[in-house]
Design a protein around this ligand. Structure first.
Ligand code: PGA
Length: 263
């Protein structure tokens, strides 16, 4: 039942620590005004603002129908004494669909380890959120020829999510984001992206099963722009984009969504 066609293209905006409330509302209004009608039948769309803007953005009628909101992080506990954190139940409660897990900035600046990230993934899945698990190597690791072993170690814990009864394949997303490409203006070439995505899918096929791996969306992230996204989306194993800088402006975000919808 898992066929490749189940991989509906997906574009997720990762706004990181940007925008004030008024900017968020203005973006939503522009998006609603300019997004082609019916496009969400062909492409899934998610927007991840900072926590404090999430509830407002997911308010009924603000975003175009079919555009989901997501969080940039979560804690693995449902509630308790974790100052500054937000739980999976809270995200579900304000109707978030997606949650980024293991973005390289979380790994790098906040010391998130693979072990912590597996707890976050488990909690997200249990709460009925769709995690977007981010993996990727540094430039030094790539230059040392260690890119794939780094990916393998980041993917290792995913074995525990191999029980097909646990999740719908559309509700567990991977994102390949080479760290050297994030915010640098230097995206991976289509060939580099395709190779890494195929490698990741191969690891998923071994950890889960080949059909489930085929049905799982793997997004590319790292300096995606309307100018390079078409070539990246043309790669057979690239199923969408996780986009920072180019997602901040509604016009460029809509262009990306349109490109993805043509896959
Ligand atoms: P960028 O960020 O598109 O600005 O490179 C991507 C990301 O970090 O998710």
């Amino acid at each position: 039942m898992f066929v490749k066609d189940m991989r509906k293209p997906l574009v997720i905006a990762n706004w990181k620590m940007n925008k004030l409330m008024a900017d968020v509302e203005e973006f939503a209004v522009e998006l609603k005004r300019k997004i082609p009608r019916g496009i969400t039948a062909k492409v899934d769309i998610g927007i991840c603002p900072v926590f404090i803007h999430l509830a407002a953005l997911s308010r009924e009628g603000l975003l175009p129908v079919g555009v989901a909101v997501g969080a940039q992080d979560l804690h693995w506990e449902d509630k308790g004494a974790y100052t500054g954190c937000v739980s999976p139940a809270m995200l579900k409660d304000i109707k978030a669909r997606y949650v980024l897990v293991g973005h390289s900035e979380r790994r790098q600046y906040f010391g998130e380890t693979n072990e912590m990230l597996m707890k976050k993934l488990r909690a997200a899945v249990k709460a009925g959120l769709a995690p977007v698990y981010c993996v990727g190597e540094t430039l030094a690791q790539r230059e040392q020829g260690a890119a794939y072993s780094v990916l393998e170690s980041q993917l290792e814990g995913l074995r525990q999510f191999g029980d097909d009864s646990l999740i719908d394949p559309a509700a567990f997303v991977l994102a390949y984001e080479p760290i050297w490409a994030i915010g640098t203006g230097k995206n991976a070439t289509p060939q580099e992206a395709q190779e890494a995505h195929a490698y990741i899918r191969g690891v998923l096929a071994k950890s889960w099963n080949p059909q489930r791996a085929e049905a799982t969306r793997i997004l590319y992230g790292g300096s995606v722009t309307p100018a390079n996204f078409g070539m990246l989306m043309a790669c057979s194993d690239v199923d969408g984009g996780l986009v920072g800088g180019a997602s901040l402006d509604p016009n460029s975000f809509i262009k990306l969504v349109e490109i993805a919808s043509n896959k």
